[in-house]
Design a protein around this ligand. Structure first.
Ligand SMILES: Cc1cc2nc3c(=O)[nH]c(=O)nc-3n(C[C@H](O)[C@H](O)[C@H](O)COP(=O)(O)OP(=O)(O)OC[C@H]3O[C@@H](n4cnc5c(N)ncnc54)[C@H](O)[C@@H]3O)c2cc1C
Length: 453
């Protein structure tokens, strides 16, 4: 039987936690952080290291959102280099990618220094092409990247790492790693417990003399600056709501299948994706399971993040079918767990890290399914901004594209989603993509919105 919940396997494996006290009464701090996923937690960590006082407000339990439920791909920004270069020029783009690699390495170092066993495994990331139409995506990334950071893999090389019959060729990003995501999030939570207030949803934020005041159900926090680290809930923040849309992703987890991993020759700990727009992503676990996710979940309507965004049996069933297509040896093997969650998609697919106009309120969102490594980078940038220092680690689209409001965003997005699913199916079968499907999948581009990576 499959255990299908919102919170999923990783949090269950990491063990239950006692809630931290809720925010009450009047409090003051140098910085108030809203949101206790990786972004908020790393920002708090960096600020505390610098001697700043911090209060972190989390509406539920820290690390129980996407930060504790993701695929555990701890990636750099190297595969985003072409996109970064287009917006910020070569030198800055390379600098951001190198800093993102430094962040991945820092996460590994932090785990060993702090004694947090988050299964940090520096096995690299493989992107594998599964259709001729996807080969060019890999080529563009390899051509743009320094060869010591990203290199092409032939069909033989990629299949020596993991022998799926679907893989045509690949690329390897050696800086990337995997983690047990909930163990990382809860390890951070544990080490920051004194600054954390849980079950403390922020209901209002306003400028006040000396900075900002933030309200919860039972009190207020006055601070010199605020950090919004709310992920998909940023869609509910008026000055930012047009800068992201929210989709969803689901993961299925197999029973331990060491025999299949042996047949696949998949022993290097690599995390792997294909190059589809609605990406498949997969990795192994310490006890020989395969976690297999799919980025093809439904869109959220506005900032509504519950329901099928978190638990969608239909999408989980489809994800399982895709897993068996990728690894036919898994036919008939048990799926023990399934879960899902929201994805904060920025129109450029790049994180957006910056400051609101006229108020000391700093934000990071738009990780677009690649936040485990980049949230650490964002934490470094946000800590600098909230301390009043400038930093070249903060970056946002120079001319942000406006995501349409509801109901257009949801209705249009679902239409485009259906067209992409059809296009990718046809491409993988080597069949011609019809004109209407091509036109619908090209439409977002005309609005400046990247649906494809
Ligand atoms: C199924 C799935 C698989 C994924 N796989 C990967 C992967 O393999 N690799 C990768 O890099 N990324 C992956 N991601 C994305 C990654 O999980 C996110 O980018 C990352 O966790 C974002 O961290 P965050 O701190 O910004 O947000 P979150 O972890 O969502 O934390 C935000 C927190 O803010 C809180 N909050 C919201 N509103 C309020 C409020 N008003 N008051 C107080 N608190 C509030 C929420 O409760 C939440 O805990 C995946 C995501 C999903 C859903």
């Amino acid at each position: 039987m499959t255990v299908h919940t919102a919170h999923g396997y990783w949090l269950a494996e990491a063990g239950a936690v006692e809630p931290a006290p809720a925010q009450e009464g009047e409090e003051s701090a140098d910085v108030v952080i809203i949101g206790g996923g990786y972004t908020g937690l790393w920002t708090a960590w960096q600020l505390r290291e610098r001697g700043a006082s911090v209060v972190l407000l989390e509406s539920g339990l820290c690390g129980h959102g996407p930060s504790g439920r993701n695929g555990g791909f701890c990636e750099t920004l190297w595969t985003q280099l072409p996109s970064l270069e287009e917006r910020f020029g070569r030198a800055r783009a390379l600098k951001l990618c190198r800093e993102s690699a430094e962040s991945v390495h820092s996460i590994g170092r932090w785990c060993s220094e702090q004694g947090v066993d988050a299964w940090f495994t520096p096995g690299g990331y493989v992107m594998a092409s599964t259709a001729p139409a996807h080969d060019a995506i890999l080529d563009e990334i390899v051509d743009a990247s320094p060869p010591d950071r990203v290199r092409a893999l032939s069909a033989g090389e990629v299949r020596a790492r993991c022998d799926s019959p679907r893989f045509r060729r690949g690329l390897l990003v050696a800086d990337d790693a995997t983690v047990q995501p909930a163990r990382l999030a809860l390890g951070l939570r544990d080490r920051l417990r004194d600054v954390i207030r849980e079950r403390s949803r922020v209901t209002a934020l306003r400028a006040s003399p000396g900075g900002v005041t933030v309200e919860t159900a039972n009190g207020r926090v006055h601070a010199g600056a605020a950090v919004l680290a709310m992920n998909a809930a940023t869609r509910g923040v008026p000055p930012l709501r047009h800068r992201l849309s929210v989709t969803s992703s689901h993961i299925v987890l197999t029973e331990p299948v060491p025999d299949v991993l042996g047949q696949l020759g998949w022993s290097g700990g690599e995390c792997i994706t294909d190059a589809r727009t609605f990406v498949h992503y997969f990795r192994t676990t310490r006890d020989g399971r395969i976690a297999f996710g799919w980025g093809g979940g439904r869109l959220a309507a506005g900032a509504r993040l519950g329901g099928r965004i978190e638990v969608d049996p239909e999408v989980a069933t489809e994800t399982h079918a895709h897993l068996v297509e990728m690894f036919p040896q898994l036919e008939g093997r048990a799926i023990t767990h399934a879960w899902g969650g929201p994805i904060d998609v920025s129109p450029s697919h790049l994180p957006q890290i910056g400051t609101l106009d006229d108020v000391p309120v700093h934000y990071a969102f738009g990780f677009t399914g690649n936040g485990v490594g980049p949230c650490h980078l964002a934490g470094r940038a946000l800590a600098a901004l909230a301390s009043g220092r400038s930093t070249d680690l903060a970056f946002a689209d120079p001319e942000p594209v406006r995501v349409p409001g509801e109901p257009l965003a949801f209705a249009g997005g679902m239409l485009v989603r259906r067209a992409f699913l059809r296009k990718e199916r046809l491409e993988e079968r080597g069949e011609r993509v019809d004109l209407v499907t091509r036109a619908v999948t090209a439409a977002p581009r005309a609005l400046g919105i990247h649906v494809a990576r």
